[in-house]
Design a protein around this ligand. Structure first.
Ligand SMILES: Cc1cc2nc3c(=O)[nH]c(=O)nc-3n(C[C@H](O)[C@H](O)[C@H](O)COP(=O)(O)OP(=O)(O)OC[C@H]3O[C@@H](n4cnc5c(N)ncnc54)[C@H](O)[C@@H]3O)c2cc1C
Length: 425
């Protein structure tokens, strides 16, 4: 069965059948089971099948074609034998797939992913193809209004701003795999990095939205608590959810937030405690005066108060009025971390106007400052994903480093770890 599951994982092929009325005709009921698995189907005795099961179902289906009008007694005998064979094979298969032969009903393993940023979405997309999971067995929770986390964009009446990730540095194959039809090359932003720069259209966050398609991604939900409940994990939320018990839980949130959550379950972790983040102040600015055609971005040097400036309207695939995104340096952000947002916006706009050679009275018609308290990891843990306790995992950009490629890798590593644990269960 393990081999069958692995094969099914490779091909992304799965067969799910309802016990009871649905399976008497020997058909596979992937669609119905998928719906039921998310709710009452688990109590109704939904069982999953791997390759072996589908083959059996197909054999029985073929046998049953002749069942409609049996002409001889031998036909009945053959059908009865086929039914018996199917029942035996299916029950043996069920037992191998269930939590044990004595298990009264098989439940699909349920995974909660806390955080729908790049890492969480990467894990979810990988596991959605796993035969023991599938998209219906996954549930992502994010406190943000949209998926994406630091892969963030803000829509305003003056056009959109990418106030988090500016560009994804990915090799061409990776950009094809992960692009979801939204990525386009941004050669002007290529740096000394070996990988080319990619930008999502029409905003960076649209990439996260594309990734979340087909997934059960619940936004504006904060996970506030975690507790062991038998062999499962019980989550607490800031608003009522129909799901609270999960077989597996993956945390993809910044380590200080993860530690606070783990604390509610009495769990400590030295590796997570050792991670330090640099903060970042980012300002979105639409000036009141026209801006001349310029470069679409500037990168500051080590001692500059501004680390990155981008003309949003001139980036590939962007339209709308002239507007800028200003990212302060780590040092400036640390120094001004607790200052009011209005004051930070005014200061950074004044510095940016000077850098761009704009008149001092280039007052904003739109200005907003966003503080990323956990923007960039200083020193990553060095392990792509790991298990904190049985069925409880951690992965994020804190593992390998703060960029899109490393967050994707951490997510894929978490999926491999969780998938392997399920296969070996
Ligand atoms: C300003 C800025 C610019 C950047 N620019 C680039 C760039 O140009 N290129 C690049 O490669 N990288 C860049 N990065 C780094 C990149 O954004 C990160 O490495 C990556 O997005 C991390 O993804 P993640 O999924 O690990 O974490 P996150 O994106 O932080 O995702 C974690 C998610 O968890 C959610 N969450 C937290 N706590 C809870 C809770 N209790 N309950 C529910 N949900 C919760 C959050 O809302 C968030 O959505 C930038 C980062 C910043 C801040």
């Amino acid at each position: 069965m393990r081999r069958a599951a692995a094969n099914a994982f490779d091909s992304g092929w799965r067969c799910v059948r309802l016990r009871g009325r649905g399976n008497r005709d020997g058909r596979c009921h992937q669609q119905r089971c998928s719906q039921h698995r998310r709710g009452k189907g688990q109590q109704a005795g939904v069982r999953s099948h791997g390759v072996t099961r589908q083959r059996v179902c197909r054999q029985v289906q073929i046998a049953m074609v002749g069942m409609a009008a049996p002409s001889r007694q031998t036909d009945f005998d053959r059908i009865a034998a086929a039914k018996k064979e199917r029942a035996t094979a299916c029950d043996a298969d069920d037992q191998r797939q269930s939590h044990g032969p004595s298990s009264p009903t098989f439940r699909m393993p349920r995974l909660a992913i806390i955080g729908a940023g790049i890492t969480g979405l990467s894990t979810a997309r990988s596991l959605a193809a796993h035969p023991a999971f599938g998209a219906a067995s996954l549930c992502l929770f994010d406190k943000g209004r949209r998926p994406g986390g630091r892969l963030a964009s803000r829509e305003t009446e003056f056009g959109s701003f990418d106030h988090g990730v500016q560009r994804a540095l990915l090799g061409e194959p990776a950009a094809q795999i992960h692009g979801a039809g939204t990525l386009r090359a941004w050669p002007a932003a290529d740096s000394l990095s070996e990988s080319p720069s990619w930008i999502a259209e029409p905003t960076m966050n649209r990439l996260a939205q594309a990734w979340s398609q087909g997934l059960d991604c619940r936004c504006s939900v904060t996970v506030t608590g975690l507790a062991r409940d038998g062999h499962q994990w019980r989550l607490g939320f800031d608003r009522e959810q129909d799901d609270a018990l999960f077989d597996q839980v993956l945390l993809t949130i910044p380590t200080p937030q993860a530690l606070a959550l783990l604390g509610t379950a009495g769990i400590e972790n030295a590796a997570l405690s050792a991670v330090r983040y640099q903060p970042n102040w980012t300002v979105m600015w639409t000036p009141s005066i026209p801006l001349p055609p310029t470069a679409d971005h500037w990168a500051g040097t080590a001692n500059d108060p501004i680390a990155w400036l981008a003309r949003e309207d001139l980036k590939p695939g962007r339209v709308g009025p002239p507007r800028l995104t200003i990212q302060a340096s780590a040092a400036w952000s640390i120094e001004h971390l607790e200052r009011p947002a209005d004051e930070v916006a005014a200061r950074l706009i004044s510095i940016a106007a000077e850098v761009l050679g704009l008149p001092a009275d280039a007052r904003p018609i739109y200005a907003s400052a966003h503080r990323w308290r956990y923007a960039f990891v200083e020193q990553p843990i060095g392990v792509a994903a790991f298990e904190l306790a049985p069925g409880l995992y951690y992965a994020s950009d804190a593992c390998l480093g703060s960029n899109v490629a490393q967050a994707l890798s951490a997510g894929e590593a978490a999926a491999a770890l969780i998938g392997a644990n399920i296969d070996n269960a």
